[in-house]
Ligand binder design. Sequence first.
Ligand SMILES: [Zn+2]
Length: 640
Amino acid sequence: MKLKFAALLLATSAPAFAQQQPQPVAYPPSVPAPQDVAWPGSIKLAVNIADVARHVITVHETIPVQKSGDLVLLYPEWVPGDHGPTGPLADLAGLTMQAGGQKLDWTRDTVNVHAFHVNVPQGAAAVDVDFQYLSPASQKEGRVEITPEIIDLAWNTVVLYPAGAFSRGITFVPTLTYAPTWHYATALETAQASPGHAEFKPTPLNTLVDSPLYAGKFSRRINLNPGAKPTVFLNIFADRIEDLAGNPDQIAKHRALVQQAIKLFGAQHYSHYDFLFALSSELGGVGLEHHQSSEDGVDRDYFTDWDKTVADRDLLPHEYTHSWNGKFRRPADLWAPNFNVPERDSLLWVYEGQTQFWGQILAARSGLWSKQEALDAIALDADDMQHAIGRAWRPLQDTTNDPIINERRPQSWHSWERQEDYYTEGLLIWLDADTLIRQKTNGAKSMNDFAHEFFGMNDGSFVTLPYTFDDVVKTLNGIMQYDWANFLRTRLDRKAEGAPLDGITRGGYKLVYTDEPSPFEKSNEGKRKYHDFADSVGISLGADGSTISGIVWNSPAWSAGLMKGGKILAVDGLAFDDGDDLAAAIKLSHRTNDPIELLLQYGKHFRTVQLNYTGGLRYPHLERVAGTPALLDDLLTALK
Ligand SMILES: [Zn+2]
């Protein structure tokens, strides 16, 4: 015993056999960085989307080459609009390559797994590449892009491209095979088409990836800018033919959206614009901006149950705004020369925050929302950010990293971790700026002038114009001299309590709480299938009506030790059915002053807890402050 102990001491203090510490193995040469050069020739890209039964898309490419040796092909990793490395690399399969009938073995780069090396033989003029893109079979694997009635084809999922050149220097000639009875829509220019087959005009890779295609069994095309140029089309694809029915009043509101956007921004940066709009209960919902189009997807009942779909009606205004904000004007550090070098997201509070702002304002100005609906939406925005108490440790600026850090995965403690708050808090900051300009210039100037100045140059051009923080400040100062750099940095960098609500108060309103949700909030809850008690007990319930989908950090439910995932089985000793039972219990406790008792199940564990809360139901609203200028009303009013 003693001897062993002594041996152990000896072994730890002075090893008998000194061992070399590990050293890193040298990395292989990195893949060629993109240069501002043209890739010689055109790449033929043949995509077959006819296999809608199995969600398998087959791809054939012919890539011209000028020299033998190592060729590096890239699968897009950074998907524009996602602001993060979200390319679906795991769904690429069946990759084979050949040249002049000779099979070539490829290898994947050991560091950059989106890069494939192939040794081009002497004398080869082109490399032929075949692979499949296995589009998700269900929502568990990823967003569903293919149904028996609709396909959403994003070209970045079906392309390999050579490393070494900017994406604008690589020309593609895309062809498409699809079900012959279907129709398609895209911002791409068609060169020739016959049923089931289309060939598009030669297109640089950056425009190709920016020009997705919808195809479907049931479609309808509506001119939203009739009698004028450039054309703006609403291309609707639906699960059922009857879902295509938009009535004249609904269509008029979408036409008003186009008119209001053109009046706001002045110039247009597309030769034509195509909304690709899917109405489906099976296709995954989507809102993804492009320069001359957008991928938009909501539930089937957008037109047919108009009163219940109010929460979806700022989607098209938001994505359309991105043609100006995000696509034509783009943060300089976010612009990337190809799809495999990192984007930086520091200015997303402009790119997304101001788009969220204009999206909601344009929804109101076009009549897609009533003024009251817009006020109710802003109340929810303000309330949502009031819950974001994670601002105590994480400033808004830092949330712009979230698309890279989190890629929209669910979180346990939403309010404390913070997510992509630059959308909603960005909106509140621009509302703050708008009312400040209106107040200080006696209504002569507003954010309308910023929109015109910042996005309204170079009419007809869709060459992206990058900008920096200083450019934003400079344009603001051109509209009204103020310490805008400090105004913005304070709001972006502070770790303060409470959301920035000055825009609401200066706009002539205040955020108040009542025991009734607004019709807008009710509709939103119905649409998104949740029941929100965040402002009272701090609980949100998910789609099944009884499972806790979120707990507000520091709320009464938090103090009772609850976290998300639990299922409420009983409240105050009675079996629990859905959110109405919790609402009734919150009302009762307000009257009796007694705590609320919950029986919960977390997996195999059952717990009884008391919520020490007697404040009653609370839902956010904006209330007009009499005798103050209604600057918010001015902002929501349609432009003449
Ligand atoms: Zn957006």
